[in-house]
Every structure is written in C-alpha cells, then in structure tokens.
Design a binder for this molecule. Sequence first.
Ligand code: SF4
Ligand SMILES: [Zn+2]
Length: 512
Amino acid sequence: MSQLRAAAAAARGLRRSRAVRSPEKSRKGAAPRGGGPAPAPAQPPARHLFSDAAEIEALRRNLLAWYDKCKRDLPWRTLAASEPDVDRRAYAVWVSEIMLQQTQVATVIDYYNRWMQKWPTLQALAEASLEEVNELWAGLGYYSRGKRLQEAARKVVSELAGRMPRTAEDLQKLLPGVGRYTAGAIASISYGQATGVVDGNVIRVLCRLRCIGADSSNPAVIDRLWDMANALVDRSRPGDFNQALMELGATVCVPKAPLCEQCPVKQHCRARRRVEKELALASQRLLGTCLPVPDVEDCSVGGCPFCPPATEPWDSSLGVTNFPRKAAKKQPRVAWTATCVLERRGRCGALEYLIVQRPSSGLLAGLWEFPSLPLALGLQEEKQREALADHLRAWTGWPVAAGGLRYVGEVIHIFSHIHQTYVVYSLPMDGDVTLDPALSPSRWVTEEEFHASAVSTAMKKVLKACKKQCGEQNGFGKGSKRKRGAKPGGASSCPTGTQLSLHAFLRAPSPQ
Ligand code: SF4
Ligand SMILES: [Zn+2]
C-alpha cells in the first residue's frame, strides 16, 4: 500500500515551486555524479528520443495551446511582443534573460522595470557608469552579470554600430557574457529563429519526458538535450515554444512535486507512464483490481548510458522526480569576516555610516561595504576584535582600541559558493576620518544614501542587525531588551542615543 501511495503522491504532485535558470557557465565543467569524468554517452536508444514526427507535432500543439492560455503576464514578454524595433526587442529580451539567471521571476520583475525605465536602449546603457549599473543591480546577486551586460552593450554600440547580431550563432560569438542559452533565447524570441534552448527547467522537463537518468550536468548529456530541444522547437513559433517549455518547468514540472495531472504534455511523458504502470501493477497486487497496465518500453538490461545507473536505479518512492539526475553539489567554502559599522552624526544631525569600495575584480567587485577584514577560521573572539582594531587603526590612523568596538552579532549570508559569516561590530565617532587617498575610495552616507548605493544584500543585513541592537539598547524596537552590562549613554551606546566624544569611544573600557 505504501508503494501505491508513494507512486500516487509523486504522480499527483503536492506543491508548486519556482525554478530559476542557471548561469550558463555554471554548467560548464560540473563534476559528474559520483566523481570522476563520465564517459560520453553514445547516441541514445529510441526510448530516450523523440523520433515520431506525429508525436512531435502533437506535443508542440498541446504545449503552445497551454502556454497561450496559462502563461504568466511578465513585462519582458509584453515588450518582446509589442516592440517594433528589432534591436530594442532583442535588448529587452537579453536584459531579462541575464537577470533571470539564478534569480526568481518575482524578484526580477521590479529590477527589470526599473532597468528598462532607466536604460530603455542599448545606447542608454552603454553611456551609463558602472557605479550606476551596480546601484541598480544591488540586491539582485551575481553582480558580474550587470557589469558584463553593460560591457557587451558598449561593444554593440562602439563596434557593431548599435545593431544586435541577428542569429544565435553570432550573438554567442560576438557578445561577451552571452552563452548558448542566452543566444538561443534572444534569437528565438526576438528574431523568430527556429533554435532551441536548454536551461535548468528544460533539462528537467526533457529528462522526465524521455526518462533520461544519466547525469544531467555531463556535457555530453547536455549536448544530447540540445539536439532534442532543437528538434522539438516549433518552426513557426520558436520563441513562444521555448518560453512555453521553460514556463512548464517553472510552474508545472517543478523539481519536487510536479503537477502532472495539470500537465499539457502528460500523454508524451515516459516518466509518468512508468509511474502509471507501477500504480496499476501495485493496484493489481494489493487490491486485486484489474487496471490496465500501460505498456512501457525498456532499454535492454544494463549498459544504457541514458537510463539511471545500476548503482542508483529507479526509486518507486520518487515517481517522476527520479529524473533528472544531477551531480552532487560542491559544499560551499566557509569564510569569516569582521565588519565594523563606523557611525557619526552628519552636518544636519542625521546619522551617517562610513562605506568603502571593494576592488574592481573578484567577489562583489566594485560594490561598497562597511570596513571589513577577512578572518582566519577558528580565530577566538578576542583575537578577532584585536585584528579588526589593528586594521581600523592602520586604515584610519586613529588609536582604535579593541575594547572600544561594540559587538553587534553575527550575520550569515550564503553566496553561491561561500558560506559567509560576518562578525559585526560598531564604532560610533564624533569626528571626521581622513583616510589615506591611496587606500580604497570611501564616503560617509546617510541610511537613505546607503540603501541607494551599490551595496550587497549582505551589507544591508549587517546594517539591519546593527540598528536592531541600537534600538534594543536604547529601549526602542520590539523587544526593548538591553544586553547585560550595556549602559545607555555609556561608552558602548549607540549614537542614536547620547552622542559621546571620540575619545570615549576609542578608549578601552577600564577593567572591572
Ligand atoms: S512533463 Fe511529465 S513529469 Fe513533468 S509535469 Fe508533465 S507529466 Fe509530470
Ligand atoms: Zn535507456
């Protein structure tokens, strides 16, 4: 009975989720499941292919009819459908595709609208500064995407006379940061080129439709999926077909609980047929009913590089979610950073924070942050504090004492490949800081200016933690709790309360 229930649950699907596109480069060089390079699979057996022209036609028809009825109303779709200028149309699609890599649709909409309002054309984007691009991109993550998009726009304007390349092949060849997926999406949606696309959603749908259990991050498997996408794409509506396939993966054929009952292509899905077969057999066995058992072709026993490997065979409890099979994710690197929120009252009495610009390459390139210092793993709290005080002393030229740094707490932020913990301190001051101009650029900003600056989500979390503690120490905020030993208006108080002298803040507390 449990087998029957599990299969039924998998077939039915229990909840919806949203999948997002992977950046194209993240798929390159991904390790195959189980480690070690997997051999390149040969031509797949018929079970894993679409070879019946009538079936392909029916699938296209069903998918497009569903898309016409159920597609989400999204601003880039409206632009792609209404913009008569082909270069503007391609630009509008391009921006959306870059933003959608690794970011949820719901998050992208607001960014996209603001971006297109600010830079409605390639020319406008080419004239923007990187600082402006970073400011608008702040909070969207994977910051190099915005930078690369702008670099490519400049190239189109300066080297291609403002004319976007007109085929997927040329888009990929001529534009930096445009890979096979983005090129296919722009060309099919903007120009009507009959070329397929393969992103995370498409991989999932195709692997389920054709029971592909090989490691879907294996480049040879991905190549086969591209062949399949190119064969399937509707010749008269390629852009809509590609979007429909991705929409299906994002809203119906979702990773954990696909809504197979509502799926417009369920009659073409071999993973679902397999589940139905198991249901019918289990029903025969356990309940004595005689449901017809669907006919499911199987590859010859063993050795098929597209079936699930013998070491990890089909698992009945997973149903259609047996597919796709993915390489095990690499564990993120653990990193610790000490961060100090330097605060002062500005000329108009508003609270201001000192922010410093990161280097122009590497993680969060060119973004602004509170003065920060990477820490060795396992460093004791006392040593962290001393290291940060040393760093601030060298940086500001002021006699910052470790004991003058007010501990705020730890803020955790997960980057794609880094599990980052910020150990947050604050240091209120009542004077200006003259920084060595040879060091990184820095500036004082109000809270409003901070949020309008090119700062990462992690830094916004740091400021939030700092303000929360401030509120608590001053009797504001939800809990209005005061930490044991913290004295309002004392050397460790927040400047939103009593403003104290610089000397008081820099002096280490006297031993109790
Ligand atoms: S493609 Fe198959 S697995 Fe995906 S929702 Fe449709 S029927 Fe279910
Ligand atoms: Zn097989």
